[in-house]
Design a protein around this ligand. Structure first.
Ligand code: TYD
Ligand code: MG
Length: 450
């Protein structure tokens, strides 16, 4: 009989050690090592590829290899559709809408071929109830409530589906590993076997992954290495907007996003996010400004808000929601020193409306404008958008893709754009749009108020 080996696996990062340790030397987490057993696997696990070297120029691949998922926002995030045999991991907080998104996707895929939705968390009746709300009634959509990987593989070889969805990877288990479902060894082994299945049979496979408290997918790095694409489904539970973001993609660019809105009957695609994020913008109110931000290759206009008010305590509060906290501190210092607006001793809050997060330096100039506007209690002209990076000496630096940003602003009816001088090269203003280039943050104050 094969010898059973015992080892300790970190449940955070998958690090293995022959003896127990209080602190994982790899990810520095405490008390995460758990005893697990492994048995040598029967048979080899080589990828089913032809073992001979081939000339790269002779390997054919065409654009038709991609299949549309029927949801344009998902296609965009994947880089233009599903690739045969790809393994896609969708992570996100509990209740954010992963099962909803994948059931809707499965329904659309059911119109293109056989789609098998494996639910390891809910009963078929529960899924059916949700499906009724979503209007999922495709003829070729199959449901399977199963947690054993061996059974799933058996059903897949019987049914021969064109698309496979596993909800979720943490709740299925294989009997070839003895540890409990959800442990790192189980998750890794199951994902490995599903990868063989996806690559071997050419079935595009979606895996749902739960996210741990600190924001990484449970059994995390091991999984992220194995799959072709990692998508995060995120959003603020208090807002209906959900953003699907690619963090790893072997078949397309990362940084692409898809925007959805959670409604009573499922997720609705938002093809025009700017209009959505600006819908409730208060006009002629101090502290509010519109920025054309870029998410991947997609320009999105968002409203940035600031509130500056006198502090009643010794240490003033500084809170940033939706932008980087350190970046905000830096911009406050620049305002203080280079623009000569004294914000010391003031409570400062900055927020991006709609629960979105913007992580690019192009919002610097707009943040400064919003802070100045709130502090001076003067509203910024409503038809103005502002973008640009600000350096430590207060100089305004060029950012990428100014043309896309200006076009999106013009499309939504804005007629003035304050932008870095460096962005002006080869930039043709759209009709009705006035471009106002600046070089230093101190010039901003004279321009934004009417
Ligand atoms: P779900 O897909 O079950 O989340 P996950 O699989 O990521 O845990 O989504 C659950 C939430 O979505 C639930 O709180 C209710 C909401 N929801 C709607 O608002 N409308 C709908 O049509 C559906 C199906 C869910
Ligand atoms: Mg779910």
């Amino acid at each position: 009989m094969a010898k059973v080996k015992t080892f300790f696996t970190c449940q955070q990062c998958g690090f293995q050690s022959p003896k127990w340790l209080g602190k994982c030397p790899d990810c520095n987490q405490w008390n995460t090592l758990v005893e697990e057993q492994s048995q040598p696997l029967p048979g080899s696990r080589a990828l089913p590829t032809p073992g001979k070297p081939q000339k790269m120029c002779e390997i054919t691949n065409s654009a038709e290899d991609r299949v549309s998922c029927g949801l344009a926002e998902l296609d965009r995030t994947l880089g233009g559709g599903l690739v045969a045999g790809s393994l896609i991991l969708i992570g996100g907080d509990p209740g954010i809408g992963k099962s909803t998104l994948l059931l809707q996707t499965a329904n659309q895929l059911g119109k293109r071929g056989k789609a098998l939705y494996v639910t390891a968390e809910e009963s078929p009746r529960q899924v059916k109830m949700r499906g009724d709300r979503l209007g999922a009634a495709s003829d070729n959509l199959y449901l399977l409530a199963e947690t054993s990987l061996e059974q799933i593989r058996k059903r897949v070889s019987e049914l021969k589906p064109d698309f496979l969805i596993i909800d979720s990877i943490q709740t299925i288990f294989t009997s070839s590993v003895e540890s409990a479902p959800g442990s790192v060894s189980q998750v890794r082994e199951c994902a490995g076997q599903l990868m063989m299945l996806a690559k071997g049979e050419g079935i595009p496979t979606f895996l749902v992954g739960h996210v741990t408290k600190d924001g990484s997918i449970a059994g995390p790095r091991v999984l992220e290495h194995m799959v072709d694409t990692v998508l995060y489904f995120e959003g603020d539970p208090g807002h209906p907007y959900r953003i699907l973001r690619a963090v790893k993609n072997r078949f397309g660019s990362t940084n692409e996003i898809g925007v959805f809105e959670m409604q009573e009957n499922g997720l609705r695609e938002v093809s025009n996010p700017s209009e959505l994020f600006l819908a409730e913008r208060p006009e002629k109110t101090p502290g509010s400004v519109v920025v054309p931000a870029l998410e991947g290759t997609r320009p999105i206009l968002v409203e940035l808000q600031a509130l500056v008010s006198g502090s009643s305590f010794g240490t003033p509060q500084r809170t940033a929601i939706g932008i980087d906290h350190k970046r905000m501190a830096l911009l406050i210092a620049i305002l203080d020193k280079k623009v000569e607006l004294q914000l010391a001793g003031q409570d400062i809050f900055v927020n991006v409306a709609g629960g979105v997060r913007v992580d690019e330096p192009a919002i610097d100039l707009a943040t400064i404008a919003a802070l100045a506007s709130s502090h001076l209690n003067r509203a910024i002209e409503a038809q103005t958008v502002i973008f640009g990076e600000v350096g430590l000496t207060g100089e305004v630096r060029a950012v990428s893709q100014p043309e896309l940003r200006v076009k999106e602003a013009a499309r939504l009816g804005f007629n003035r754009c304050i932008l870095p001088q460096g962005c002006l090269k080869n930039l043709k203003p759209p009709r009705g749009m006035k471009l106002i280039p600046i070089r230093h943050a101190s010039e901003l104050i004279d321009l934004i108020f009417n």
